[in-house]
Design a protein around this ligand. Structure first.
Ligand SMILES: *Cc1c(COP(=O)(O)O)cnc(C)c1O
Length: 385
């Protein structure tokens, strides 16, 4: 059969793979252990930390979507990054964006302090800063997160991957904010792509999970060794649920993105909004790169309200469709206040550098009716007038 279109692959993820009973939807293999045919015989499945059929179903589906050769399914997005940094030795330099996901920042900084590897945080959205960083010392690994959280900066993945390749470094991309439907880092030159599947891939805010995909045989062998050794693997039930969520990924992302484009336009024309950070807006500094490297602008954005701090609570309290909560990428719309929630531990100085003001809110746009989303934001904004 010819290669299926992505939209079909995602809908058909692991469908019809059950050999035992030809179940259309694959079962969940909860068994921790599998019988071996006889002494000194090998079996594809022996022990579920090493390999499990349900986890393999999800791994294969993600591999196909990301255009890789193999995937390790992990217990969370943080477990995915934990797995990846185990490719590094103490003398290896890792370059990472200074405004990457808060917990990633803290984990990398803490491990570097313990001398697990050398670490440099840089401004990846500035080509000169990238060039300077590579000139100073050749890295072993470059971590990219694009779009960034929360102000949606866009890093030029192909440009960074090319520089990395030239000095023999691996390029790793956190693709959580867009999902495999909207960005394919491996096609842009990255060696490894990872996700918090907690977000768009599962998409229903009911499973915490992660995955790491590569298109390099050597890297895959090492990742599989570490996934098994560290035990950072995802559970069979979680894999089943994530597959179930993933089959509607294209539908969900398409609708959420459609809504997001309208919300970004509405907010950018609103008199009480001083800034909107959405790569789909033509005046966004990363608009041209986003257009080039993404298949769409996604469902994440942030915006600043023109008001003093005292009125922010009234705005949040008035919202009924948007829920004040961490996380993103679910079917439901969420609002986050980075300064007091996701980015609180950064400290005021780093927050200012990352563009996180007190007036900044991040939105994860869901798949609800656009008019209810508009009504909700408009009536809540009236409270700060
Ligand atoms: C949520 C998130 C993570 C961490 O994933 P968990 O599943 O919460 O461990 C990493 N990167 C990004 C961009 C995220 O949004």
């Amino acid at each position: 059969m010819t290669t299926k279109r992505r939209r079909t692959s995602v809908v058909q993820a692991a469908v019809g793979t059950d050999k035992a009973h030809k179940a259309v939807m694959p079962p969940i293999y909860m068994s921790t252990t599998f019988e071996i045919d006889g002494l000194e015989q090998k079996a594809p499945y022996e022990y579920s930390r090493t390999r499990n059929p349900s986890r393999d179903d999800l791994a294969e589906a993600i591999t196909e979507l990301e255009g890789g050769i193999g995937t390790c399914v992990t217990s969370s997005g943080m477990a995915a990054l934990t797995l990846i940094v185990h490719l590094l030795n103490p003398e290896d330099l890792l370059i990472a964006p200074y405004d990457c996901y808060g917990r990633s920042y803290r984990m990398l900084a803490s491990l570097a302090e313990k001398k697990h590897f050398k670490l440099k945080f840089i401004d990846q959205y500035d080509e000169q800063a990238v060039e300077d960083a590579f000139k100073e010392e050749a890295p072993k690994m470059v971590l990219i997160e694009s779009p960034s959280n929360p102000v949606m900066r866009i890093a030029d993945i192909a440009m960074i991957a090319e520089r990395a390749k030239a000095c023999g470094a691996m390029t790793v991309c956190d693709n959580t904010f867009l999902s495999p439907m909207l960005q394919s880092p491996l096609d842009l030159g990255a060696d490894i792509v990872y996700h918090s599947t907690t977000k768009f891939i599962n998409g229903h805010s009911d499973i915490v999970g992660g995955c790491v995909t590569t298109n390099n045989e050597e890297i895959l062998t090492e990742l599989e060794f570490w996934a098994n050794s560290l035990g950072v693997i995802g559970a069979p039930f979680d894999a089943y649920m994530t597959l179930r969520g993933m089959r509607t990924l294209e539908l969900r992302v398409t609708r959420a993105q459609e809504n997001a484009e309208k919300v970004a336009k509405m907010l950018s024309e609103h008199p009480l909004v001083s800034a909107v950070y959405y790569p789909g807006l033509p005046d966004h500094p990363g608009h041209e790169i986003a257009k080039k490297q993404q298949a769409g602008f996604g469902a994440m954005m942030s915006f600043e309200i023109k008001t003093d701090k005292s009125k922010l609570a009234a705005f949040v309290d008035a919202l009924e469709v948007f829920r004040l909560a961490q996380s993103l990428g679910g079917t439901e719309s969420l609002i986050n206040h980075p300064a007091t929630m996701t980015h609180v531990s950064m400290g005021p100085e780093a927050r200012e550098k990352a563009g996180v003001t007190d007036q900044l809110f991040r939105l994860s746009i869901g798949v609800e009716h656009i008019d209810d989303i508009f009504d909700d934001l408009n009536s809540a904004l009236e409270k700060v007038a």
